[in-house]
Structure formats: structure tokens, C-alpha cells
Design a protein around this ligand. Sequence first.
Ligand SMILES: *Cc1c(COP(=O)(O)O)cnc(C)c1O
Length: 482
Amino acid sequence: MTEARAVALRLPSLDRVLSHVAFDTLKTQHGHAAVVEALRGVFDALRPAMLDKTLSAELIEPTALAQRVQAALKQRSQSRLRCVINLTGTVLHTNLGRALLPPSVVQAVAQAAACPVNLEYDLDEGGRGDRDDLIASLICQLTGAEAATVVNNNAAAVLLALSTLAGVDAPQGKVGGQVIVSRGELVEIGGAFRIPDIMRRAGCELLEVGTTNRTHARDYSAALGDRTAALLKVHTSNYAIEGFSASATEAEVARIAHAHGVPMMVDLGSGTLVDMRRWGLPAEPTVRQSIEAGADVVTFSGDKLLGGPQAGLIVGKRQWIERIQRNPLKRALRVGKLTLAALEATLRLYLHPERLTQELTTLALFTRSPSEMAEQAARLQGAWAAALGSRWSVRAQAMHSQIGSGALPVESLPSFGLVIEPSADASPAPSVQALAAALRQWPTPVIGRIRHGALWLDLRCLRAQDEATLLAQLPALAAGAA
Ligand SMILES: *Cc1c(COP(=O)(O)O)cnc(C)c1O
């Protein structure tokens, strides 16, 4: 053994290896340059072994090198954006792409992607149309608003609306005007969306009123002046102020705004088109409620509770929506045909609310019965325990999932899942971090969460097809991945 080590092997010459017949097909398939680059990568990975004098002859045989190059090229050609299995317990997980589109919606997107569509073409007149016209009436029907438009996401919707109501594109006399907001509503949403920053970018001035925990209608009235351009209410999506707190209602704020001759805007964040309580879910304000309270402009996301594609919906009084549509920023923030196809197909599902829990994927996930998830956990517990071996303990356990994306921050949904932790007698204890990392390296990565020194896998989002994929991957664990 020591003798084999005594011969310090060196990496062969790149050109010599490349000219070996084992590389012929690779070069035809992937091109010379890609193969050279991949081989360089393989050499880089072997260099430490060469310096340690632990390089073995088998490792640097041309056929072995060709295999490694092939594996590297295959990995590179794989899409970087991959399907993962979300067992985090957060249904609308922003980092995992939020809402899952229902199959009927996916079909609508695929169809629109593959053919020319009447995106901005009026089929009756045979001339130019407006992309908003395709879905504006549907949105109005579902929200009770007079008019509607759609942009890239809700952050864009807020920026565009503020810019139109009170910023650089505001009506004469209101440019750079003040927008009055409660201190308790100056939210920061994950990913650097802060109301004060957006306000500055939109070209308007923020005027805070009230205190963090209490803002009254009279605070808004007292702040009104010549420079007031709009009053804004923001849904405090990702936190709740509890205890000694007070806020003015949307109706009160709208009344104050209108008495002063300025518009009132609501950033609902998630918003929903239906009262979620009908399915035993916690209450979340509906868009219709804000419209009925007198809001002139309401903005909300397409991929939060709505369960559709990433989009920002802006609804409200015709006068303001038309101004928003004429704002040059609208062109920069507009959506494409794929988004519109997905949004239209999603909104159509809302025309039959009685079928929504079956047809809207996210709602189906929110309303999964705990007993069904408990059965699923019992089914999976044995398979995981067998794959992981005696160093781990796996138990099925009740847990709580989150809706996510800022909707209903304090409420949670009773759920069921697996808790995986090192066995009490395992010495040394296996690493939970390493186990979580191994699951992330699977062909279809599984994402859980680490809590109290254990890996928690919440099964709420494990659909039947995902369960099969997961079970097929489990043997990799037994093969020593963790
Ligand atoms: C989520 C949210 C936003 C941002 O919406 P995106 O669709 O993610 O751009 C803005 N405001 C509030 C209150 C939110 O909850």
C-alpha cells in the first residue's frame, strides 16, 4: 500500500486525453469547447489529490475521465430551475415560487405560449386592441370594481398607483404630493419592499400619522392640507399588532379622503376574492370589501391567496384606472400573454366558488383534512425509518402549517408530518443539517425545515404525484447519503 503511494502520479496532458477515442462522441454531442471546459473542471477537482500524492491511476484513465466529463456536461445541461417538493409547511412559499397553478390553468398557458393570440387585437374590429380588455370585465365582476388593470406584481401595482395618484404622474397640482399613511402600516415585505422606499421612488412624499399601535380617523383628518394628494391604507400582511391597538377603518379613511377631494388607496397585499371562512379558514379581507368601503384604487397579488400567476391587480374607480393605464410606467410594468392566459383561467374558476376547493390547487392544499395528512404520515413513517436506519428516529406528528406570503401571519392550519431526529443512542449523533442538505441534492429536491434539532417534513403540500416521486428517491438515503 505504501509502495503504491510512493509513485506520485501527475495529471496527464489535456490534449492527450482529449484525443482519446473515449472523447469522440462527447465532442460531437457537446462541441469541442464545452468538453475542454468540462475536462478542465474535472482536472481542477483532481488537483488536490495530485498534490497530496493520492491520485490513483484509475482516476486518470481516459475512459474514467470521459465518464466524469459526461456527468459534468449532463448536469450543466439540466435546467437550473427545478421542481422541488415543498415540505416546509408554508404553502405560499415566496422562495419556492408561491401558488401552484391548477392543471386547467397550466393548459391555458401552454396553449397561449404555442400560438399567436389576440393579446392586443380586437377580433370584432380587426384592429389594435388593449391587453387589459381581455380580463378587466372578469376582474370587475369578481370584485365589484368599475375598472381594472394588471401589472407584473403587486409591488409594481403599488409603485404605479402611487406614481399616478400622488407622484411624478399625478394630476396637475398634486405632483410630488403627500400621501398620508398610518405609522402602524409602514410595512416591509420580504425582499426589500418597503412602503417608504416605494413612496420615494414613485415621487411622492410620505406623511406618517398616528403611532405604531394606534391610529385614529382624527389623525388622518388633522394631517390633511394643500399638499395632500392621497390617503393610503396598507394591509399589515406579515405581522399583527395586538393588545392596545386601534386603526381607522377603510370606510372612515375613504370618507375623510373624499371630503378633502383626494383619492383613497388600499394595498391589500394578498387580498382574496372570496370569504375564506366558508371553508373554515381564517378571515382575510376581500377585495370587494375594500371597494364597497369606498376605496378608489385597490392593489393585490395574483400569486398569493388568489392562487394564480405572479401578477399585480389594480382595481377601482374608472377615472383612476384610466390614468394608471396612461402612465408611461404601465408600459414598463405590463404583463405578457402567458401571465394573462394564466390569470384569466384562474379567475374563471372563481365563477364557480362551490368547485374551488377541488379546482384551485392552493385552496385544495389549504383545506386538506388533517386526518388525510395523518394517514399519509403513517404511510410514510415506515418507509423513512427503513431508509434512514437505526441512527435516526422518525415519528409522525401533528404540526401547524402557514399560509405564507404574508397572508394571515398569526393564523396557522392544523397539519400533520414527520419529525426526523438523531436516535438517542446514536453515537456520534448524525447531523440534521447534513440530512437536510442530502434531501436538497436529490433529483427532485425535498425541502423541509429544521426545528428544535430535528428535520420537520410537513405533508400538507405533498400531493399524490409528489408522494410517488419522494418514495422512489428514498432508497438513496439507505445508500449512505446521510
Ligand atoms: C406581498 C405584498 C406586496 C408585494 O406583492 P408582490 O406581488 O410580491 O410584488 C405588497 N404589499 C403588501 C401589503 C403585500 O403583502
